[in-house]
Write a protein that binds this ligand. Structure first.
Ligand SMILES: Cc1cc2nc3c(=O)[nH]c(=O)nc-3n(C[C@H](O)[C@H](O)[C@H](O)COP(=O)(O)O)c2cc1C
Length: 400
């Protein structure tokens, strides 16, 4: 599987798959089990000096659509315990990459430096700065406070770079007006890499029978962070924007649940991909499928190294004004698959251009004269029998 090897700067990963900072990387023992199974690297659960302030509530996780909302804090373990874990992990797994995630108050530059030195001296390969936890921490001047105020992010990195000898990655929040601007500030001040994204601020919902929040802690709740497939489109935008405009390594995080998701992020410029929620739900063993799937994909496409596909899809992302608006992409119906459910007819009638009517034997019929090619029928169809003719343009299996 040597084609899976990837580099972020001078650091080589045996494959692009990394455990993201979170519950699966809560202790050295857990990370060791993941390494044994084939995970190339791991980001520790975020380490801080004020770990005694990190008192978690219960419950702190709720299911939201196809994702999770969490209000978990960062590591509750002393930094000294992490130092011992990092030493053992690097002794036992020298080829795996250990990334120490750290956090302190945005204006406590001394604490950021102290944590960096502790983790670096213990043998960590990379430092990841948690600028992005959206709940609990901001109330202590930590977490997203650093993403919210780019000046803080810049100052922290600048002071860390005075003492660090290993690469420093900044993990950013998607809840900012311009993540590429923030990434640019981080890199200008010395960051070697950007991890994007942390969780997206959200709310689990309300039980309409009781009026109580769904993630209820004795009847109350707090805003938290969404993760899992639900946030993947936000992460794809962030990663591609950063990869195309900022000169740094990008580690993708947010909704990666399969090798195919990993490939998408790599095609959009990521060097490595981090997984948290999927591992929480399915366990460390998924690394086997991730490795195998990516390896087969590269073999099938005759690609010798995963690095060859990095960023290949970025060239297709244009400003809106760069898109061709001269042709209408009209839909075509595959009548062999159509189940005559009329969903396309209703959608086009009430939210489209009245271009689909019910024809002979109940089959939908397209009036190409009325159709503006919006694509709504294609989305509304439950059996994927409506094809937009633009999709026929993609005939090649070659990645170019
Ligand atoms: C329960 C939970 C705890 C997390 N704890 C941390 C943390 O301590 N530090 C951090 O940087 N990110 C933390 N994260 C964010 C994840 O590392 C990841 O960036 C985010 O969940 C999006 O990726 P995913 O969709 O693969 O989960 C946590 C996420 C979850 C769900």
């Amino acid at each position: 599987m040597s084609r899976l090897k990837t580099k972020a700067g001078n650091i080589e990963f045996i494959n692009p798959f990394i455990l993201a900072s979170g519950p699966p990387a809560r202790t050295g023992e857990m990370i060791a089990r993941a390494f044994k199974l084939g995970w190339a690297g791991a980001v520790t659960k975020t380490i801080c000096l004020n770990y005694r302030d990190m008192i978690d509530v219960s419950p702190r996780l709720a299911k939201v659509n196809n994702g999770i909302k969490n209000i978990e804090l960062i590591s509750t373990r002393p930094a000294g315990q992490w130092v011992e874990d990092i030493k053992s992990l690097k002794r036992d797994y020298p080829d795996n990459i250990l990334i120490a995630s750290i956090s302190a108050e945005a204006d406590n530059l001394g604490a950021w430096q102290e944590l960096t030195l502790m983790m670096q001296d213990a043998g960590a390969d990379i430092i990841e700065l948690n600028f992005s936890c959206p709940h609990g921490l901001p109330e202590m001047g930590m977490g997203t406070t650093c993403s919210d105020t780019p000046e803080f992010a810049g100052q922290i990195i600048k002071s860390i770079k005075q003492v660090s000898k290993i690469p420093v990655w900044a993990k950013l929040s998607p809840n900012v007006s311009s993540i590429k601007y923030l990434a640019g500030i981080c890199v200008k001040n010395g960051a070697d890499g950007i991890t994007a994204i942390n969780t997206l601020k959200g709310f689990a919902g309300v039980n309409i029978e009781t009026g109580k929040p769904k993630l209820s802690i004795a009847g109350n709740t707090a805003y938290g962070g969404l993760s899992g497939s639900i946030i993947k489109p936000v992460a794809l935008k962030a990663v591609s924007e950063i990869a195309s405009s900022v000169n740094c390594r990008v580690s993708a995080s947010g909704g990666i649940a399969s090798w195919q998701d990993g490939v998408e992020f790599i095609l959009l410029g990521a060097s490595t991909v981090q997984l948290c929620t999927e591992v929480m739900l399915k366990g460390f063993e998924i690394i086997k499928d991730l490795q195998q799937g990516l390896n087969n994909y590269l073999l099938m496409h005759n690609i010798n190294s995963v690095n060859e596909i990095k960023g290949l899809s970025l060239k297709y992302i244009k400003p809106f004004s760069g898109l061709d608006n001269s042709a209408v992409s009209t839909p075509e119906i595959n009548y062999d698959k159509c189940i005559k459910c009329q969903k396309c007819v209703r959608a086009c009638s009430d939210a489209g251009y009245q271009a689909i009517t019910t024809g002979k034997e109940g089959f939908p019929q397209i009036n190409k004269h009325n159709c503006t090619g919006c694509g709504l029928c294609n989305i509304a169809c439950p059996v994927n029998c409506i094809i937009m003719d633009i999709s026929k343009n993609i005939t090649s299996n070659t990645i170019v």
